[in-house]
Structures are given as C-alpha cells and as structure tokens.
Design a binder for this molecule. Sequence first.
Ligand code: PHE
Length: 395
Amino acid sequence: MKIPELFPLLFGAPWRWLRLVGAVATAAWVVVGCGPTGGATGDTIPVGEFASLTGSEAAFGRSSHNGTVLAIDEINAAGGVLGKKLVLVTEDNQSKEGESQTAVKKLISRDKVVAVLGEVASGRSIEAAQTCQKYRVPQVSPSSTNPKVTEQGDCIFRVCFIDPFQGTVMAKFAAGTLKARKVGLLVDVGAPYSVGLATFFKEGFVAGGGTIVAEQKFTKDDKDFKAQLTAIKAAGPDAIFVPAYYGQVTLIVMQARELGITVPFIGGDGWEAPELLKGPGAKEALEGCYFSTHFSPDQATPKSRDFVAKYAARHGAKPDAMAALGYDSAQLLADAMRRAGSADPAKVRDALAATRDFDGVTGRMTLDASRNARKSAVILAIQKGEFVYKETVNP
Ligand code: PHE
C-alpha cells in the first residue's frame, strides 16, 4: 500500500483506529503466549464487542461503545476481574447486514474472546447470535429488544427489556395519557425491531379498546414517505406510532407536518439519538412527540447520577440509553465472571443465566428463564428541542 493510500486509512476515519488498536493488542496478546487455544489463559481476559461505529446507525454504535469502554476502564482501574485485566476488542459492522456475523467470527476465532458484547439494533444482534450460539460463546446484547435475539439459544443474553413490554408501555400511554382512540402505524418492514414493536403495540392498543385505523410500510433506504402519510392522514388518527430508527423518523415527521398532519407521533427506543432533532425544522416538527426508552440522565437514582457524572467527565456529553446499557452490559459480564470464579465461556454462561437483582445504572434487573432482563422503562417527551423525562413504567 502506498503512503497516500495509507493516509485516509489512518487519519480519515477515527473508528479505524479502534480496529487497529484492537488488532495490535490482540496480536501482542497472542505473541505473549495465549495462542490458538486462547481464552483467559494469559494475564488478560479478551472480551469482544461488535458495534455500528460507522454507517446509518453510527450514533447508536458510538454511544453504546462509549458506555462499554467506560465500564471496562473502570473495572480495570479497580484491579480487573479475577486478578486479570479485561482487553476489549472492537469490530465495526458499519451498520451493514451480513457484517455482524463476519465480525463475531473474527472475534471468536482470531481473538479468542471469552464473551461478546453487542449490538444495539435487533437485526444485527440476531445475526451475531447465531454464530455466538454455534460456538457457545456467551453474547450480551446491551439494547436489542426484539424477542428473537435471545431465542437464538441459551448462550444469548441481554440487559434490556423486550418489545412485548415496550409495545404495551406505549399502547397504554397512547390510550391513557394521550387519550388516543385511533392510531396509525408506519413500519419499517425490513427491520425485525420495527415489525416486532408494531405488532406488540397493536396487540396492547387493541386489547385496551383502541383501533388501528391505518397501517403503512417503508424500508431502510426510503426517503419519501408522503404516499404513506397521506393514506394515514385520510384515516383520521389521534396519534401515529412509528417504531423506527432515528434517521428516518425525523424525515417522516417533517414530511407529515408539511402535509398538515398535526397529531403527535410516538415511538420506541429507536428514536433516541441527538440526531433525531438535528437539521432545520426538526425540533419544531417533533415538539410534543413521545417515545419509550431505557434510561434518562434526569432519573434520580444515586447510581445513575454517579454514572452521568463519570460519563460526562470521560466523554464530555450526557449519556443516553445506549451508553447506559453499553455500560451495564460490560458490568454484568464482569460480575458474572466474578460469580463464576472463572472466565471460561461455559461457566460465565451459567453465571449470566443465574443473574438476579443486578444493580445497573439503568435500574435493577433480573434475567428471566429466557435470558431477558425484567426491569422498568421510561417515557421521554420532546419539549423545546430537548428530551424531557416524563415517567417510569414498571413491568
Ligand atoms: N431496541 C432497538 C432494537 O432492538 C435498538 C435501540 C436500543 C435503539 C436503545 C435505541 C436505544 O433494534
């Protein structure tokens, strides 16, 4: 490779550094004698992470990664786990389909990680879970909420609630607080997260006596939603539920306002990124809208306050749900290794499965028989261009 070609590689994309640093650390670790049988046989414990550090959901991946890194550094500063330091090896899947499986295969076969942390988006967690399950390497997803993630097998865990709960939370909010009787749905049919959350919302809303008056579809690369929005407008809904990721939500709501749709839009955790409110007119369009998520920096538990301060000192920003869950995923993994008295993947798996009342920055959680966290959700309102804490909903 010529020097000019090397330049953009090294200096153009900061996230590439991570891979490089990870690879160098791993190479050093292999050289110091862990070798192909690997695992935690040296004086470090390799932990894998796959994340969308670039591409369409980069805001998710970076945030989650920042939280994970903060936890790993804290654990190491306090002496590590079982007398060993954790080494985080991170792979970027570029928010692309197919890349998560490749990333996780590398982490398992090349880096000999004892466990894998990731991802935010359910579709990519499901992809990776198939590989983690095959090799029986425990995976802890920080924030993928679709039920299918942990259904991939007994090695797959998460530190977040699942969408049957999240869907019900928003269905009750729409009927109770917004007094909506008729709701329109706009669903990303290519994302398991979107399809699942729409279904669970619908079940909850209909069970509570409400009616779904319109149901429209889109896919990941769509940028023009006017046809779908016009059809929804004609059905006269009191609110519109859009269980999608932030990038498209902003476009959808702005186009809706142009079409004269004034009712509130509501959504789930996929809305949560500062990018949701960026760009001319975005804040105004989303004023008075609501979404459910996992965490708010305004929640007043001592543990979450302490985390908000540490995160701000390290990353110069307020943490969001992905950051808090990324942090909890790494802390839970370390806790499971301590309880197992071992970093052996099989023993760590058993300890993860036995997690009861773990005290995370996102709240107390117990992993149920399906390896999903039982815990509360929060609802945030968009007011004057900010995410404002509204309420906590217990399961
Ligand atoms: N829950 C979403 C999914 O499963 C991802 C997400 C989590 C987005 C938290 C934002 C905040 O795909």
